[in-house]
Structures are given as structure tokens and as C-alpha cells.
Design a protein around this ligand. Sequence first.
Ligand SMILES: [Fe+2]
Length: 187
Amino acid sequence: MPSVLLRPTADAARELARAVIGDLGNRWLHTAAVAARAEQLAAAVPPVDREILIASAWLHDIGYGELARATGFHPLDGARLLDRHGWPIRISSLVANHSGACFVAAVHGLEAEMAHYPDEASPTSDALTFADQTVGSRGEPLAIDDRIADMLHRHGPGSPNALVAHVRTPHIRAIADRVRARLGAVR
Ligand SMILES: [Fe+2]
């Protein structure tokens, strides 16, 4: 696995992701499908950010890999692995904040650790979350509300995800509305 990053390209992101989570079955199928979804969302982000979006899609769940595991909170563990591999703070911050991770981080008491990774709250971070939330856990296409329902079912009623669903779900729906508006605006 490369320890020094020359260019933070989508190809480099895919190869790092393959090395860390390529053996995780459904997780890898989900990741590849999110990356493909991100490619379809190129029109929703500035042209200069298209490769950053696709790279962050390949990397967004890298924190589930054995090499990354530390706190057990995958957005933060993934961001820290990227730091160790020399990836730009912008990409590690996109990974740390994907899909409303800040709400779940608060339940885990990880606000201080997450403060190292500012949420850019931009069309690019919106598109990353939209891609993740429209692909199911086995890589299948899913509507946003079905994806959220599946996630809550998998994590269980007392889980950190369930405890913040009342704030995280509207956050994700608002992101989806913004991405759809951006896609509509360019058609
Ligand atoms: Fe994901």
C-alpha cells in the first residue's frame, strides 16, 4: 500500500480503498457503487471538484477496514487513516463528515476529535452524502427513505444512529433536495 501520496486522484483512492476494505464483501460492493453514483453526480459539483468527489466516495467507508479501526467510529477512523497516508485534509474532512456523521459523533462523545475535520457543507459534501444515501449496503440502488430505514433496522433501535435519527434524517433529506435542485438546474 502506498504510504506517500503523490496525487490524490480517484485512481489512488480506489487502490487505497481496495487495499483496506477490498476483502469486506458487501462493504466493498457498496463502496464501488457509491463511487459509480458519485460519477453520475458530477453535474452537481463544480468541475474542479469532480475528482475530489469520486476520490472521497471511494474512501468514505475506509474506516471499516482492519487497518483503520481505532475508535470504532468509521468516519473518524477513516479520516485518520487518510491523514497517516498523507491525503489532503479536505478529503479526510469529507470522509469524516459524510452522511451526517457529526450527529452520530456527538453520541459517541467524539466532538473534540471531529473538530479536527471541518464540515465544508458544500455542493461536493452534499453530493458525497447523496451518493452514499442512494446506494444500499450491498451496492443496490435505493431511495433515500428506504436507505435510512434499512440503516436504522441494521443498527437497531437503541443504536447511536437511531438516537440521532430525528436530526440526522431531516439533514440528509435537505441535502438530497439540494443535490436534486442542482442536477435539475443543469439539465
Ligand atoms: Fe457508505
